[in-house]
Write a protein that binds this ligand. Structure first.
Ligand code: NAD
Ligand code: UFG
Length: 351
């Protein structure tokens, strides 16, 4: 197989796991990344995994450092591919900024990178007649819903800037689809909470000492780098007062992209909005206790005020994804905790 897939943000947390799957399936993978939130280590380790598996796909990894806001940079890449009389089979678009909290303090960067960057990419894709895209959207676009399971037809009402940029990109993709009927194949994958790492422990989420997300913070406390976890709110209307999220293993999530890509390419032009989550919700305390149990460690915690932009519960109604792609999650919360810790202990020296 010599199909070329363009992955923006492909050296990041989710991107590196998707790229691993793409290599395993024999795709020719072009990664665009500015490395603003990733490191070359993920790429070196992707190559190492291929070598360990005795797979010789390393000549199929093309890393192109650059920013999606730079249109001439994007055009050069597409011109290079066109000169070979080829085109991208699909684009998986993940490059962007992703912190809910940071987005409330730094909105202009979020609009610039996420929205302007995506407009550039879509413009160049359109010019080069490359009209298949899978976009990393987010469950955060549903905002404060009272529903137990969130289905794709719920109103889109994000309650933070990050979510607004994701909702805007979905709107732009919809406008584009209807402006050029019969041409675009688009899948907005609305991720719930990706967690864990590849069991090899060789690729994962870049460490930082003040992460926003729960799993990186659990690792820091368990690893003695932080004294305790701050749990944001114990007065949420849930079974133990802490907020509920739908944690999905990063490799299950990555596989969803492969299915989406294959589905789009073998079906007529369409635009899909699909939740990518397990359909099971866990509270912060349940995650913490599972993490302690499976990794045999202690995690001290304190309760703090609710965090700005947070909601009580985000759990996927994933029936559409299951029906269309025959996708189902295979990896448990316990394994998410094991694999996350395995990544941490193998790589904590890079902190
Ligand atoms: P990540 O930060 O690890 O990966 C994003 C990648 O994009 C990084 O490698 C970063 O260097 C790159 N990037 C950022 N700005 C860029 C730019 N202007 N040009 C080129 N590259 C740029 O994040 P992730 O967790 O892998 O998330 C990937 C995508 O999924 C993001 O769009 C994010 O919003 C979305 N998402 C993530 C989560 C989550 O919990 N991780 C949930 C829902 C949606
Ligand atoms: N939490 C804590 N303490 C922490 C970190 C998190 O109590 O130190 C709690 C949060 O309040 C929340 C839960 O753990 O209730 C999960 O928080 P995360 O920050 O890990 O994840 P979010 O649900 O806030 O957001 C994540 C991604 C978003 C994405 C969203 C989709 O960061 O990009 O999932 O559901 F949009």
């Amino acid at each position: 197989m010599n199909k070329k897939v363009l992955v923006t943000g492909g050296t990041g947390y989710i991107g590196s796991h998707i790229c691993l799957k793409l290599f395993e399936l024999g795709f020719d993978v072009y990664i665009i990344d500015s490395f603003i939130n990733s490191s070359h280590l993920n790429i070196a380790n992707l190559k190492l995994i291929n070598t360990q598996k005795k797979k010789n796909f390393n000549n199929k990894i093309h890393i192109i450092q650059g920013d999606i806001r730079d249109k001439s940079f994007l055009e050069k890449l597409f011109i290079g591919i066109a000169k070979k009389n080829k085109r991208f089979y699909s684009v998986i678009h993940m490059a962007g900024l992703k912190s809910v909290t940071e987005s409330t303090f730094n909105p202009l960067s979020y609009w610039d990178v996420n929205v302007n960057g995506t407009i550039n990419l879509l413009d160049v894709m359109s010019k080069f007649d490359c009209k298949t895209i899978i976009f990393s959207s987010s469950a955060t676009i549903y905002g404060k819903s009272k529903k137990k399971f969130l289905s794709e037809d719920l109103p889109i009402k994000p309650c933070n800037t990050y979510g607004e940029t994701k909702a805007t990109i979905e709107k732009i993709l919809s406008n584009l689809f209807f402006s050029d009927l019969g041409k675009w194949r688009i899948c907005n994958l609305r991720y719930f909470n990706p967690a864990g790492a590849d069991p090899s422990g060789l690729i994962g989420e870049k460490f930082c000492l003040n992460p926003n997300n729960l799993f990186p913070y659990l690792n820091l406390v368990a690893g003695g780098k932080k004294k305790f976890l701050k749990i944001y709110g114990n007065d949420w209307p849930t079974r133990d007062g802490t907020a509920i999220r739908d944690y999905v293993h990063i490799n299950d999530l990555a596989f969803g992209h492969i299915l989406a890509m294959n589905y789009l390419s073998s079906n007529k032009s369409q635009i899909l909005n699909l939740n990518l989550g397990t359909g099971n919700g866990n509270t912060v305390l349940e995650v913490l206790k599972t993490f302690q149990k499976v990794n045999n460690c202690e995690i001290k915690y304190v309760f703090k005020e609710r965090r700005i932009g947070d909601v009580t519960s985000l759990v996927a109604d994933n029936s559409n994804l299951k029906k269309l792609f025959n996708w189902s999650p295979c990896i448990s919360l316990s394994d998410m905790c094991r694999h996350s810790w395995n990544w941490f202990i193998k790589n904590k020296s890079t902190l």
